[in-house]
Ligand binder design. Structure first.
Ligand SMILES: *Cc1c(COP(=O)(O)O)cnc(C)c1O
Length: 390
């Protein structure tokens, strides 16, 4: 099957296998609802947004849900409403928006390292950093719930709030069996297209604190409680009605799609299991990941090839991958002036060796199997090359 004109072999996949595709069903119900919304003249923060908030509260088992325009804005509003000022401890192994939200709220990031097994914020690394911190922002990295038990204890000992960036966590479960969404002072989900539940763009703040929820509702509306006398510097963080409806619609089918997503992720894990030099994210006993992403850690020496070369080889076969989160936050230009006061060696190791593989709910299981076979072949070739490739 060699193309004579170029000497190249066509990739195993005739079309690019994307990293992610949003799970959105454009069915007749959706079509009708969008038409009705457009005709109603009520385009933002109305009945559908309220319905979505109620449905999300029921699904997540949490007292209050405040829908916002995106997760970054949601985090900024939480920091503003808690009136935090100072340094906020955050993992460096996260998406840039976690740190940006801290910066935009007028606070400063203080980087902490990740746990080498779960890849989430390591409470042991946080302990020496909370002394004079204003708060902690933890992340459910790739959908694996962070250690909220230990982190909450640390925060309580200093009297500071634990805020959770739950961008990856819609559908995840804590070791105690409760859904992600009910811990810390507030959890903030992202509903952007690459996340497990999407409303196009969108975010959802969940909390069991009624006063905070009420303040957040004012905050997302410029700080105006409705009498045109703004009480503080809020902003426009509202969700549109079309997004609200998309949320209700997606939530009705969410368990089904999440189940498929989990089984695809487990198929990856079992098919790649035992391949030398590859390891997976540990999920705490009793917890469940939403599998927002399926990451693998590549030990170049044992696998026979670096992470970068593996990504390149997969790319040449039409398989998209991402190097999440590389560079880590403290290595990015926007953070060059932030002093690094802690050891971030686990973070740097993860950033240098991680790769995420294609995963979305309606991806055919066959494609997962073919990608696994391809990775096994790439490994075998690297072995034969006697490590020259690394
Ligand atoms: C996607 C993401 C965000 C930002 O979400 P938006 O809805 O795009 O603002 C924040 N934190 C993490 C960890 C993310 O992956």
């Amino acid at each position: 099957m060699t193309d004579i004109s170029t000497g190249t072999r066509p990739g195993r996949f005739p079309e690019l296998v994307p990293m992610v595709r949003p799970t959105v069903e454009a069915d007749a119900e959706m079509e009708l609802a969008i038409k009705e919304i457009l005709q109603s003249g009520m385009l933002t923060n109305g009945r559908h947004v309220r319905e979505f908030e109620e449905a999300a509260c029921a699904y997540l088992g949490v007292g209050h849900a405040v829908a916002v325009s995106n997760c970054t804005t949601g985090l900024m509003l939480v920091f503003r409403c808690l009136e935090l000022t100072g340094d906020i401890v955050v993992p460096s192994f996260t998406f840039m928006a976690s740190g940006h939200a801290i910066g935009w709220s007028g606070n400063r990031v203080r980087f902490a390292d990740a746990d080498p097994r779960t890849w989430t914020l390591d409470p042991h690394a946080v302990a020496p950093l909370v002394q004079d911190a204003a708060g902690v922002l933890a992340v459910h990295t790739f959908g694996v719930p962070c250690d909220t038990g230990s982190l909450q204890e640390l925060c309580d000992s200093r009297g500071i709030p634990l805020v959770i960036d739950a961008a990856h966590g819609f559908g995840s479960r804590y070791p105690d069996g409760t859904m992600v969404g009910g811990k810390g002072v507030a959890e903030v989900f992202s509903l952007s297209p690459t996340k497990t539940l999407s409303t196009g763009e969108g975010g959802l703040i969940t909390t069991n604190d009624a006063a905070l929820a009420a303040r957040l509702r004012t905050a997302r509306d410029y700080g105006n409680p409705g009498d045109y006398d703004s009480r503080f510097f809020g902003l426009n963080g509202r969700m549109t009605e079309v997004s609200g409806f998309m949320g209700v619609h997606a939530l009705n089918r969410f368990s089904h799609w999440l189940g498929i997503r989990r089984s695809l992720a487990e198929r990856y894990r079992s098919r790649l299991d035992g391949l030398p030099g590859l390891s997976f994210q540990a999920i705490p006993e009793g917890a469940a990941s939403s599998y927002k992403d399926l990451g693998i850690l590549v030990d170049a020496t044992r696998f026979g090839m670096t992470r970068d070369l593996l990504a390149e080889r997969l790319g040449s076969e039409n398989v998209s991958t991402r190097k999440y989160f590389s560079p880590a936050l403290h290595q990015q230009t926007a953070y060059r002036d932030i002093p690094v006061v802690a050891d971030l060696s686990v973070t740097e190791e993860l950033a240098a060796s991680m790769i995420t593989l294609p995963l979305y709910s309606h991806m055919p299981a066959r494609v997962v199997e073919e990608i696994c076979d391809l990775i096994r072949e790439i490994h075998a070739t690297a072995q034969k090359a006697g490590g020259r490739a690394s």
